[in-house]
Design a protein around this ligand. Structure first.
Ligand code: GLY
Length: 601
């Protein structure tokens, strides 16, 4: 179908499934409920409890447009088809219809004039050939034939091709039937078929017949209580192949962003040109960042977990902007292109635009400053090198240590010039340095504690400092993990704490936060401290901004189960010493950052 835009496809998807009496479920957060994976990577992920038997409040026939993020191919983004962020269109039967309706509806959506109107000659399907105690899927093959698909366009393949399970290998799973589109490329051989990767056949949709479950890693298949259907269609890919585009970045959702980038850089986006990679990386990574920041559980840049991925996405985009000769600050204009584009389907982005843009700009300028100096040094280093040469690991380490230039960036920039970086040498230099600073550690940064004078004041400050930790923990519990510390200032009279948050706290939230702190005080737990390395601290769940500033030894302060945080002290001895914690004021500090002032009485 020519002129199929992503907007049109989203609308058609909604109209089609509504006509088939399906209920739309809201796209779930990119941050999954279950913590075994960092991100939502498929439309079915939020439905796992319902696929395994729990009744869904919206019924047994559902569909969605699910934002997904997959980071395993992050390095590949920039060719003409890889993305980290994409939309998966999906429909589900939770113990309702099974193979017959699922396949017939897929066929109707793909081939009917009213919908995608794909000529049936352009389609082929694959089905499960059987094995592992599960019979050959003759049923699906027969239904495809009944739909009108030629028998020679139906291929039987083994488990490696026609079985779908989650990345972890645990959870609901089953044989699938995959639908392929003929791009019109010549066959690569007499045996050219949808399982080869010559590019003639592109998978556009997958129907999984989920009637099995794997409960724990390596456990045998068990039958689910009901037969379910789970389907997934990658929206960007479908728009691109049906239009006969050469790149998945030729898509209406990237149009404004690419226009802006062309204007700013004076370069043309052409997927065969060497600059195409930078265009694509910016488009993909900034779109992903916008959705992560605007999510109902927002991720903010940090050095751990999802925050680290976001930091990496933004930093890679900054680097690509530099490659195009664009001031990285303009990336917030690119973010606005996506916020505008999706404002109807994903209004949350529109509502949270200030938060999204502020966070993005803060991260960009932080990184921009760091690389400014590093880049000069990098260029000096490579001046005398030629293609095939190697950058010494110690030199890469100096770039990292002195200029804050990330190793990946050195590697990436070197790769562009055909130069190799000695990674092992870098790692060696890194651990040597760690050893050295371990030997003279002790210089810990202090958590925003103002210099104080008298002993009495010192005690007051220590108590307010402990209360600050409890407040930080309370905010993360009540508001969400993204409510990270943005600033702290303590005088003997009061504490002041700034944290990431996109809204004014409600009276309920404020009273929950205050109660949490006072409960921790009432519990009168001992405040213990322990020296360890940043990695162990991070693994133990301690909070803190894991920047290089920590050096190699950190002190973790623990207050029972209430709080565990990296910090240089000073603190009270027990939470019981703190008295009564009272929030005096909650106000805006800057865009996307709130401020709490509190006292101990
Ligand atoms: N869960 C089906 C798919 O991701 O293809």
């Amino acid at each position: 179908m020519k002129d199929l835009t992503s907007k049109k496809l989203m609308k058609m998807w909604c109209d089609f499934w509504t006509e088939k009496n399906h209920k739309q479920i809201k796209g779930a957060s990119l941050i999954p409920q279950d913590h075994t994976v960092l991100f939502t990577t498929a439309g079915m992920q939020p439905l796992v409890p319902y696929l395994t038997g729990k009744p869904h409040p919206q019924g047994t026939k559902l569909f969605s447009i699910q934002p997904c993020l997959r980071t395993n191919d992050i390095e590949e983004v920039g060719d003409n088809r890889h993305h980290t962020f994409f939309f998966m269109l999906g429909n589900w039967s939770l113990g309702d219809y099974f193979k017959e309706d699922a396949i017939k509806w897929s066929w109707e959506f793909l081939t009917s004039e009213k919908w995608l109107n794909i000529p049936k000659e352009k389609l082929a399907v694959t089905v499960y050939e059987g094995g592992e105690g599960i019979p050959r899927d003759e049923t699906s093959a027969k239904i495809w034939e009944e739909c009108g698909l030629d028998k020679n366009k139906i291929f039987f393949f083994p488990k490696k091709d026609n079985w779908w399970e989650m990345g972890s290998g645990i959870g609901p799973c089953g044989p699938d039937t995959e639908i392929f589109y003929d791009t019109g490329k010549p066959s690569c051989s007499k045996n050219c078929n949808p399982s080869c990767d010559c590019g003639k056949w592109v998978e556009i949709w997958n129907n999984v017949f989920m009637e099995f479950n794997i409960e724990t890693a390596g456990a045998p298949l068990t039958k689910l209580p009901k037969q379910n259907v789970d389907t997934g269609m990658g929206m960007e890919r479908v728009v691109s192949v049906l239009n006969g585009y050469k790149s998945t970045y030729q898509n209406d959702c990237f149009e404004d962003a690419i226009n802006q980038l062309e204007k700013l850089s004076g370069k043309k986006f052409d997927f065969e040109n060497k600059d195409a990679k930078s265009f694509a990386v910016i488009c993909d990574h900034i779109r992903a960042s916008v959705f992560l920041l605007g999510d109902e559980k927002p991720t903010t840049p940090s050095n751990v977990g999802q925050g680290y991925i976001l930091r990496r996405l933004i930093r890679r985009a900054v680097n690509s902007a530099r490659n195009l000769g664009i001031d990285a600050k303009c990336l917030s204009n690119i973010a606005m292109c996506f916020i505008n584009f999706y404002k109807e389907e994903f209004n949350n982005l529109w509502v949270k635009q200030n938060f999204i843009i502020t966070e993005l700009e803060t991260e960009i300028s932080k990184f921009d400053k760091a690389i400014e100096g590093g880049l000069k040094e990098f260029n000096r280093v490579i001046k005398t090198l030629k293609q095939g040469d190697i950058i010494d690991g110690r030199v890469a380490f100096r770039l990292f240590d002195t200029f804050g230039f990330p190793f990946e960036l050195t590697e990436e920039l070197a790769k562009e010039k055909g130069i190799i970086v000695d990674k092992l040498g870098f790692e060696e230099a890194f651990s040597e340095h760690q050893q050295k600073s371990r030997d003279n550690s002790g210089a810990m940064f202090r958590g925003g504690v103002a210099e104080t004078q008298s002993d009495e004041d010192k005690i007051k400050v220590a108590r307010l400092h402990s209360a600050t930790h409890l407040l930080h923990a309370a905010l993360r519990k009540v508001v969400g993990d993204y409510a990270e510390q943005r600033g702290s200032n303590i005088t003997p009279e009061r504490l002041r704490f700034d944290f990431a948050c996109d809204h004014k706290l409600t009276p309920e939230e404020l009273s929950k936060v205050q109660d949490f702190v006072n409960e921790a005080i009432k519990a009168d737990v001992e405040i213990t401290c322990e020296e360890t390395d940043p990695q162990t601290a991070k693994n133990s769940g301690a909070i803190g901004i894991f920047d290089n500033k920590y050096g190699d030894k950190v002190t973790v302060y623990t207050m029972g189960n209430f709080s565990k945080e990296i910090c240089g002290g000073p603190h009270a001895k027990r939470t019981g010493e703190l008295g009564k914690f009272v929030i005096q004021k909650e106000e805006s500090s800057s865009s996307g950052v709130r401020r709490i002032k509190a006292t101990l009485e």
